[in-house]
Design a protein around this ligand. Sequence first.
Ligand code: MN
Length: 141
Amino acid sequence: MQITRNHPDTSAGPAEHFNGTVWLDGIAAPRAPSGLRMFSVHFAPGGHTSWHRHPHGQVLHVTEGEGLVQRRGGPVEAIRAGDTVWIEPGEWHWHGAAPRTFMTHLAVVEAAADGTTTDWHPRAGVDEYPARGARDARHAV
Ligand code: MN
């Protein structure tokens, strides 16, 4: 057993993969044979990921605020504190805050044998993300 008393150092989400302001706290990355990787991800209003997929899927559990998630071919969907999202292995998707609300979620993945947790789509933008001027994204989805 290991108890980590201090909050982890946070790191900014790199601009090549994240749009807007996003901070990531590493929560867990145990040694092999575990491939578990767990993060707490903090999205400022408008902050969101680029399109990406995970080789073994992903669990998102919203702990604070309101955000958005979309899988390829599906609608932009609102998610709120207490909601849990399962992303299928290989499913292209993005997630983040709504335009005018903060959102924090836990993100849990299992790394592939080569250590890969995420494949990022070469097209960085998310055309479907609601315009900042949208009055309330919850009513647009
Ligand atoms: Mn994801």
